[in-house]
Design a protein around this ligand. Sequence first.
Ligand SMILES: [Zn+2]
Length: 361
Amino acid sequence: MPVLFRKRMLLPAVVVTAAAVVASPAGAGNALADAACFDRATQPYTSVVDSHLHYRPFGGKAIPFDEVNDYLRQSGVRYVNVFGIGQKLPADSDCTYYLNCPGTPVLPSIKNDIVNAESYVESKPADPHLTLSMTSFDIANPETIPDTLDMYDREYPGLFRWAGELNLIKGALLPNHHEPATFQDIDAWAPLMRELQARGIPATIHADLGTDAEPTKYLALFEHTLSRYPRNKIVWAHMGLSKELSTMDPAQHIAVVSRLLDRHPNLTLDLSWRVLEDQYFSKPGVRQQYADLLDAHPTRAIPGTDFVASRDKTYAVYKEELEVTSRINKALGDEAFRGIALGENYFRLLGLDATAPPVCE
Ligand SMILES: [Zn+2]
């Protein structure tokens, strides 16, 4: 790599300027539409999109909606997916994180999506651009799905433009009565998947790849989903990685991911969660392997933090999670950088009328 590249890596994350995104939804910043290209040597490497942000915690108090949006503005994030939380702790529990209370059931609930939608309708911020997501489908009990979808359509017609994070199999939740979807359940999603496809709505699916003992234990479940619904826009949360899968050989993981990308053209990778950086990208030699994967598929990944907005956190935590999850951007070639960090892949996936600026030569 040339010297310029190394210089770039030393730059701190600072607030992205309006020039980072050419078209904004409210029309603000369009004065800069003809502005110069994005200069990676002087502008931030942190992503302008957060496609994976939980505005609601598993339980306990949340950071107020407007305060979360302030965090995004302050850190240069211009586009965000508003996730609820797929699995909520019961109202009578004082637990805020499911790992601290094994045995306490965490089950799908629509409450958080309703709170998010009401907050959105109340404050309608123009910046950042918000995309509400339907988080609460109980995909292990698909017979409940049509009623849930009806509710979204009845109460908030046209407002929800994303689905997920849907937990197909999340190993960390198994002690809290999480019921993984079965092959039969996946087949029974057909009515939902038909609707999502017709509406062009992407679905972020949390499908753990496996565990340290059995790294590809759950791969067949996710692959069945991809094969069964080839025309749906499916986004694979965390590329299947998790705290339970911290020691997989990166080359083996990359081989699985590459094969899925080649075989399933509507699959997009979700690079959210600092666990990816902490457990994989930051290890010696590993970052370049993943950068090579993304450079080989520059249109196939979107960024995110997986921040969970529980009240015990502050702006400093969000800022750090954005910086940590954006470190991989520094290792990318210009095409993948524009697709991922500058938002082009997200805009295309969602059909947004926005374009990322070209990266300066
Ligand atoms: Zn998440």
